[in-house]
Design a protein around this ligand. Sequence first.
Ligand code: CMP
Length: 140
Amino acid sequence: AVERTLSIVKPDAVAKNVIGQIYSRFENAGLKIIAARMMQLSRAEAEGFYAVHKDRPFFKDLVEFMISGPVMVQVLEGENAILKNRELMGATDPKKADKGTIRADFADSIDANAVHGSDAPETAAVEIAYFFPTMQICAR
Ligand code: CMP
């Protein structure tokens, strides 16, 4: 089925100037960018986005990292978009990510891991709504 997923190019990848290279991977896999915005997250915005992880030991470092510089946030649409994006990203820990994945090629550590992608349809819907009002999504 055609799905939508929320993708974030994290501060490490923005700082490396590889937004375009990452977008090319989405496009080459048949995923369309149907909304996008570059932004500097506030602490409250980052904490809200990652609220499901608030009791995890890595939460504080994760939030610090996500507010360390601008991020590029986008909605990807396509057949099986959620799983497809997760395959393109590779494992959360870049040391475990398959060769040729975004994280294997661009990520430095489990925190500075280049990209985020929604993990399921329910979280995708919540995450997309967190950043984009319906009016700002350019269905095509
Ligand atoms: P992301 O997909 O953005 O979702 C939560 C983030 O927490 C994850 O990517 C990692 O960057 C970060 N993180 C740090 N430590 C861990 C861990 N042990 N397990 C999962 N995620 C972690």
